[in-house]
Design a protein around this ligand. Structure first.
Ligand code: GLU
Length: 468
């Protein structure tokens, strides 16, 4: 165990809608591999041709790349390994680990009905299972058989789940699993086993909806001479209403969060805490997460999605971001809103001014409109309505003082102080008209900083129009 080279995988089925909770199942095996200097593999379980889509594969791959969940191997597509699965099915038939079963769908249904009627658990009855001294029914003509795995009889399967503790399932609960369909295509549980073995996976970290598959997978693996990996079954992620996450009840994909102006590191931090903890640490770097990650600290009860907490975390990350990087991340949003970020103040400065009050990049971009939309063209009526006649002399003095002041926040603050004292008025009485004159709104960040960012020349130009 000490020298084990850790290999983990994320093995999504690219079916339906891939929401944020789904990607948590990628994050933990990734972190475990990185923590242990091991390998992380992406395996696309796309054998369900009807439900799998390239769109879902793209969402997964893009989402992982955006979050920085880098791969050592993959994506490996199961559909490209079909020959390998068929080869193993054949070996298992040859060595007696599996057998053909000719029971028809109708017979199976009848058997199930009988079992249900006598309050038994529905299961295949082993009719076609070869045993020493047993005579099998005559092979029906023109019927392609399924291939079934000869599950051990008696005893039980035991594993020490890294999240759920020891689990024991009696072999009597497990019937002989179909590993290949009549047309020869391998089944889901079988492919997983062959892949985990061929890919030397040491730790299977996945959703607990797979707990029921695990004893079957362990049995097949053991029959093939493999030793089962460590299993860690993660409790589900519920939405904020306590239901299973789904598109229908408003779950969002990683792409949706990207479009809504979330930062990938904030999402990663959030997902990390959704079922794992390190003391009471809430905000941590990706490096800290990797350093701290272990299977022992995974939670045992379902995690609940909390959109407010995610927004709060995003705010933390925005506030602490390097302005140059943050500006680069915000630019596409500003462009989408029709701003020309080259025609106006330095965008990095604008972003620095707005970031402390923003929860998302969209909010920053919204705030940036102040500086990139054309100067307001105020009518005489608008001016009259929004700027009291009595404040005009003060405003006039202010424009003059600004035009000769140093273009710094401190100098502008001093100018305001001096004018307020001279006219015996309070800050809002002066700042609100200034804001309105500059932007036709009174909602802006601190006025001295706004003047710095807008630039003295532009500010004086806009203010002069109003005081004339
Ligand atoms: N393909 C399965 C899923 O998306 C995961 C299988 C596994 O991790 O073993 O639920």
């Amino acid at each position: 165990m000490r020298f084990m080279h850790i290999r983990t995988r994320f093995a999504p089925s690219p079916t339906g809608f891939i929401h944020l909770g789904n990607l948590r199942s990628a994050l933990y095996p990734w972190a475990f591999a990185r923590h242990n200097k091991g390998d992380f593999i992406l395996r696309i379980e796309d054998t369900d041709l009807e439900r799998s889509s390239q769109e879902a594969v793209d969402v997964i791959i893009e989402g992982m790349a955006w979050l920085g969940l880098d791969l050592d191997e993959g994506p490996i597509y199961q559909m490209q390994r079909i020959d390998r699965y068929r080869e193993v099915v054949k070996q298992m038939l040859d060595s007696g680990l599996a057998y053909p079963c000719y029971m028809s769908e109708e017979e199976l249904n009848k058997l199930r009905d009988q079992q249900m009627a006598s309050k038994e658990k529905p299961r295949y009855n082993g009719l076609w299972r070869p045993e020493p001294g047993k005579t099998l029914p005559p092979v029906p003509e023109g019927v392609s058989p399924v291939i079934r795995f000869k599950n051990p009889i008696g005893g039980s399967v035991i594993w020490n789940d890294a999240v759920k503790g020891q689990i024991e399932i009696s072999n009597d609960e497990l019937d002989d699993l179909v590993i290949a369909r009549p047309d020869g295509t391998p089944t889901y549980n079988f492919c997983v086993v062959i892949d985990d073995m061929d890919m030397n996976i040491t730790h299977v970290i996945r959703g607990d909806d797979h707990v029921n598959n695990t004893p079957r997978q362990i049995n097949i693996m053991k029959a093939l001479g493999g030793s089962p990996p460590v299993y860690a079954h993660l409790p589900t992620v519920l939405n904020d209403a306590g239901e299973k996450m789904s598109k229908r009840n408003g779950a969002m994909s990683v792409r949706d969060y990207q479009r809504a102006g979330y930062l990938p590191d904030a999402i990663l931090n959030y997902l990390a805490r959704l079922g794992w903890s390190h003391g009471d640490a809430e905000v941590f770097t990706k490096e800290q997460f990797v350093n701290w990650f272990d299977l022992e600290s995974l939670g045992r009860s379902p995690a609940q999605h909390n959109p407010e907490k995610l927004l709060w975390l995003n705010h933390q990350y925005i506030q602490n971001s390097d302005p140059v990087k943050l500006a680069a991340a915000t630019k596409p949003f500003a462009h989408e809103m029709g701003m020309d970020t080259e025609a106006g103040p330095d965008f990095v400065q604008v972003v620095s001014l707005l970031k402390d009050r923003a929860n998302t990049l969209i909010e920053i971009a919204e705030g940036a409109k102040l500086f990139y939309l054309p100067a307001p063209n105020l009518t005489a009526d608008q001016i009259k309505e929004n700027i009291a006649e009595a404040v005009m002399p003060a405003l006039k003095d202010l424009v003059e003082a600004i035009s000769t002041a140093e273009p710094t926040k401190e100098a502008y603050a001093a100018v305001f102080k001096q004018i307020l004292a001279k006219y015996q008025i309070k800050m809002p009485a002066l700042a609100m008209p200034v804001r309105y004159a500059l932007f036709a709104t009174t909602q802006t960040p601190a006025i001295d900083s706004v003047l710095v960012v807008l630039g003295k020349e532009e500010a004086v130009k806009r203010l002069s129009k109003v005081v004339q």
